[in-house]
Design a protein around this ligand. Structure first.
Ligand code: GTP
Ligand code: MG
Length: 460
């Protein structure tokens, strides 16, 4: 395996999610502080900012709440990424905002994460935003959900309060028919009990700390969908050589020199004769590698074509997609609306032909809807004017995610997780789910290692 592969296996991506003020930023600050993941100069900057913006006591949330507007309002707006490492693993933490207005940032953070830590204020228990965030995390296919029941100091470390929250969150996952494993921990983010070290107060709790879990949970995908690369550009050598390399980011599986490949959408086949990573020839590339592929045959391959290992599960070439969507703007989505769908295999104009169902956040059941509004989670069918080469999101996060763009304002309006195509397009019934009474397909079995593509634009 390449160095890149080793690094991927040990780097774990985490997002903190939950409602406003549940303590997400404070928890991350505590993780960084107690695991000695922050530097002296950052510490003194936080002390200074605490004096300026707070009551003077050391405010760990300021470690992640970087923007001035956030400090002044005491909330997280953007997604703040922090890197830290322990001897066992390295981590990328995405601190996402709890406020409903900023669900897009939460989706962005969670879409690239292996583990989501959902924070719940022990005093308030599960609220609508908790249900929304847990639903989205399940939909986005995180490998594990850590439930951190926070502010236990304010409920005198009551085991009953803790149990109530755990039962409620487990209930959300079972209603969604999600198979994401849940791990619950009572914590106090401000004094750090059960965050890095176990604390003395919850004598009834015998499980691991948050960091213990982060260091040990298995986040390797159980299987991969097979190698694929959406071509982003073609490299030609200067000086008359006839070198031609198709470059992009490898997703979904290992690719070797000598492998047979199929180029979508045309369906031409060839064999890999050369692989280059960072300018250096290699015999093997792994998911996450930025590579250039040379082929034995002189095929007409261009930007947005998808080169797929012939033995792998093949993506579908379709003008009709059924997708789960997180609707991210106040402007309503109605049946008949036009959207641009942006995917690694291209950008296509589309029209919403159906809202199959919408997730009701009170009952967590799917109900019918004729329009969508801010923060709705729904399943829609979109007809495209030009085909895209897509995977089901449950098989490949990279090949199955897309963003919806408003053709008039050019704003990102929705995050799409592709489920399949409609029955009419797909007599073989490949991934048809229309009408199924579940929003979260079990994601556990097949997950792409990769998460490169999902790039929601923030703060538009
Ligand atoms: P948003 O980013 O706005 O969604 O909030 P957040 O979830 O990041 O919450 P934040 O970390 O900013 O904490 C909100 C408030 O709760 C702050 O005043 C914290 O000091 C306080 N707080 C966080 N954790 C605890 C805790 O364990 N106990 C107590 N007593 N207070 C806490
Ligand atoms: Mg915050």
């Amino acid at each position: 395996m390449s160095a890149a592969a080793t690094e991927q296996n040990t780097q774990v991506r985490i997002a903190t999610i939950g409602s406003v003020d549940d303590g997400k930023s404070t928890l991350i600050g505590r993780l960084l502080h107690d695991s000695k993941g922050i530097f002296e100069d950052q510490l003194s900057a936080v002390s200074k900012a605490s004096r300026r913006y707070g009551d003077g006591s050391f405010n760990l949330a300021l470690l992640t709440d970087g923007l001035r507007a956030e400090r002044e309002q005491g909330i997280t707006i953007d997604v703040a990424y922090r890197y830290f490492a322990t001897p066992k693993r390295s981590f990328v933490l995405a601190d996402t905002p709890g406020h409903a207005q900023f669900t897009r940032n939460m989706v962005t953070g969670a879409s690239v994460s292996d583990i989501a830590i959902v924070l719940v204020d022990a005093r308030h228990g599960v609220v609508e935003q908790t249900r929304r965030h847990v639903s989205i995390a399940a939909l986005l296919g995180v490998s594990h959900l850590i439930l951190a029941v926070n502010k236990m100091d304010l409920v005198a470390w009551s085991e009953t309060s803790f149990d109530e929250v755990v039962t409620d969150v487990a209930g959300i996952l079972s209603t969604l028919e999600s198979s994401v494993p849940l791990h619950a921990i009572p914590i106090c983010a401000t004094d750090g009990q059960n965050v890095v070290e176990r604390g003395p107060e919850a004598s009834w709790y015998e499980g691991p700390s948050v960091l213990d879990l982060l260091e040990t949970l298995d986040v390797a995908p159980a299987a991969t969908v097979g190698a694929r690369l959406a071509v982003q550009w073609t490299l030609r050598e200067h000086g008359g050589s006839d070198y031609r390399g198709y470059s992009g980011r490898l997703e979904g599986g290992v690719l070797r020199v000598g492998d047979a490949v199929t180029v979508h959408p045309k369906g031409n086949t060839s064999v890999v004769t050369g692989l280059t990573r960072a300018g250096t020839p290699t015999d093997i590339a792994v998911p996450g590698d930025a590579i250039a592929i040379e082929l034995a045959d002189d095929l007409d391959v261009g930007k947005f074509d998808v080169i797929v290992a012939s033995g792998a599960t093949q993506p579908i070439d379709t003008t009709d997609i059924i997708a789960d969507v997180c609707w991210l703007v106040e402007t309503e989505l109605n049946v008949g609306d036009n959207l641009i769908v942006r995917h690694p295999s291209g950008e296509a104009n589309g029209k919403v032909v159906r809202i199959i169902h919408r997730l009701d956040l009170d009952t967590l059941k799917n109900s019918s809807a004729d329009k969508l509004t801010l923060n709705d989670i729904a399943r829609v069918e979109i007809k495209l004017q030009t085909p895209l080469v897509v995977d089901a999101y449950s098989a490949s996060r990279a090949g199955g995610s897309a963003i919806a763009i408003d053709p008039v304002t050019n704003a990102t309006v929705g995050a799409l997780m592709i489920v399949g195509q409609s029955e009419a397009q797909d007599p073989a019934n490949m991934a048809v789910v229309a009408g199924a009474n579940t929003v979260a397909e079990p994601q556990g079995k097949v997950r792409s290692l990769l998460r490169g593509f999902f790039t929601l634009k923030i703060n538009e």
